[in-house]
Design a protein around this ligand. Structure first.
Ligand SMILES: Cc1cc2nc3c(=O)[nH]c(=O)nc-3n(C[C@H](O)[C@H](O)[C@H](O)COP(=O)(O)OP(=O)(O)OC[C@H]3O[C@@H](n4cnc5c(N)ncnc54)[C@H](O)[C@@H]3O)c2cc1C
Length: 390
């Protein structure tokens, strides 16, 4: 088999890149380890920056998102029993975010790929990028009993944090930056009306909590838990009892609960690998970096990588100019680190760090009080939350 761009991973990064390249006439093939149903079964992000939404439209898959996505003009921070609203629209001169589940946008991307006749090969096993330092890289993989070779001009690793692409980079040519947190988020999805039409981020002495949503009838709630906890430790009753304790009374009193339709623990980690290119292998999305979900930057940072990379490949194939490809890693990383900074800051602001002492606790309280009192601090939070330009 031969194509221009071989993409490893059929999550949001891989599918969006594939669709954008196809629209510009650049041939590509996506290799995905799992079935489509498996990929669509993963409940993850839900808050899209305007830049992501723009890319979905450019990829000709934005119609349902524009119809069904909810525009959010602000969110709430709960602390010491009170709610403080961050007016995103007012603080950013009109910018907002869109609440639309990752599952839904992945479904739209798959449908877009089908509609254009794109090639997505599912259940591709033992995928390996090869000869990435040469002018003729290729990918080998197995499908059932058949061993297949895919020749291409470039390979893009969009295969997430646990994928194979990053492992292919020679250890002595890369630098890794990492922070692992001692807690995770226990998330529950329920078919109930959300307790609030806007997201509520809660800081509480028992730990962080988040009231999020996917639609008017689908709620997503999270609480901070120790990494040692598993889903089996948390019945639905125990989860909602703990969530209510961490929220102001006026919120918990109106919460409608129901049986969980999904429950999972996500560990929190910050990670970046540099550079995001070696030879003819490029990395995009979670394959190159991850953030704690506070601040909703994971999926949105994946989208900015896809923007820079698709633009660079268009320059290469359509204008014969390799300048953007040569600077891809630098451009992408500049924005990646700003998202890392913001995610770390918001995590530090709102979580309980059991290993830290009274001094850090006071600093955290002071940071929150400064945020409440300063329009400049609120504007900075809002600017980062809606997403820096790319
Ligand atoms: C539990 C959880 C909750 C999250 N919640 C949020 C949130 O609330 N807000 C937010 O912004 N972000 C959140 N994120 C992060 C967000 O989901 C990711 O940033 C986003 O999925 C990145 O997309 P991606 O396509 O780069 O990687 P992925 O979504 O991980 O997709 C990678 C794809 O590659 C495939 N793959 C892996 N290995 C191989 C291989 N060897 N060969 C072929 N294919 C392979 C995988 O099956 C997968 O389909 C969450 C992540 C997790 C894990």
């Amino acid at each position: 088999m031969r194509t221009q761009v071989g993409i490893i991973g059929g999550g949001p990064s891989g599918l969006l890149l594939s669709q954008l390249l196809h629209v510009r006439g650049i041939d590509n093939v996506v290799l995905e380890k799992h079935s489509r149903e498996h990929v669509l079964g993963r409940i993850r992000a839900g808050v899209l920056e305007r830049g992501f939404a723009r890319l979905m439209r450019e990829a000709q898959v934005g119609d349902r998102m524009d119809r069904e996505g909810q525009v959010h003009e602000g969110f709430q921070i709960a602390c010491n029993g009170t709610l403080d609203r961050i007016d995103l629209k007012g603080l950013t001169r009109g910018d907002t975010v869109l609440v639309y589940g990752q599952t839904e946008l992945t479904r739209d991307l798959y449908e877009g790929r089908d509609a254009l006749g794109g090639t997505v090969i599912h259940r591709a096993e033992e995928v390996e990028p090869r000869d990435i330092e040469t002018q003729a890289p290729y990918i080998t993989f197995r499908r059932g009993c058949e061993a297949i070779r895919l020749d291409c001009d470039y390979i893009v690793g969009c295969d997430g944090f646990h994928g194979v692409s990053r492992q292919t980079l020679p250890k002595h040519r890369v630098r890794e930056f990492e922070r692992v947190y001692s807690f995770g988020w226990l998330g529950v999805l329920t078919q109930t009306p959300p307790v609030s039409s806007e997201l509520i981020y809660a800081r509480h002495e028992r730990g962080f909590a988040l009231c999020s949503l996917r639609s008017a009838a689908l709620s997503r709630y999270y609480i901070q838990v120790p990494l040692t906890d598993s889903v089996d430790d948390w019945t639905d009753e125990r989860f909602f009892e703990e969530l209510r304790r961490r929220l102001p009374d006026q919120v918990s009193a109106t919460m409608v609960t129901g049986p969980s339709i999904e429950k999972s623990v996500a560990p929190l980690r910050s990670y970046v690998v540099e550079p995001m290119r070696h030879g003819r292998l490029f990395l995009a999305g979670d394959a190159a970096h991850i953030v704690p979900p506070t601040g909703a930057k994971g999926l949105n940072t994946a989208a900015s990588d896809v923007h820079y990379l698709h633009e660079a490949l268009v320059h290469h194939y359509i204008h014969g100019d390799d300048g953007c490809l040569d600077h891809y890693s630098e451009r992408a990383l500049a924005r990646v680190w700003k998202a890392q900074r913001f995610s770390w800051w918001m995590t530090a602001l709102l979580h309980r760090f059991p290993e830290r002492g009274d001094y850090d606790q006071r600093l955290q309280e002071t940071e929150l009080s400064y945020l409440r009192s300063s329009d400049v601090a609120r504007a900075s939070l809002a600017e980062n939350y809606v997403g820096l330009p790319f």
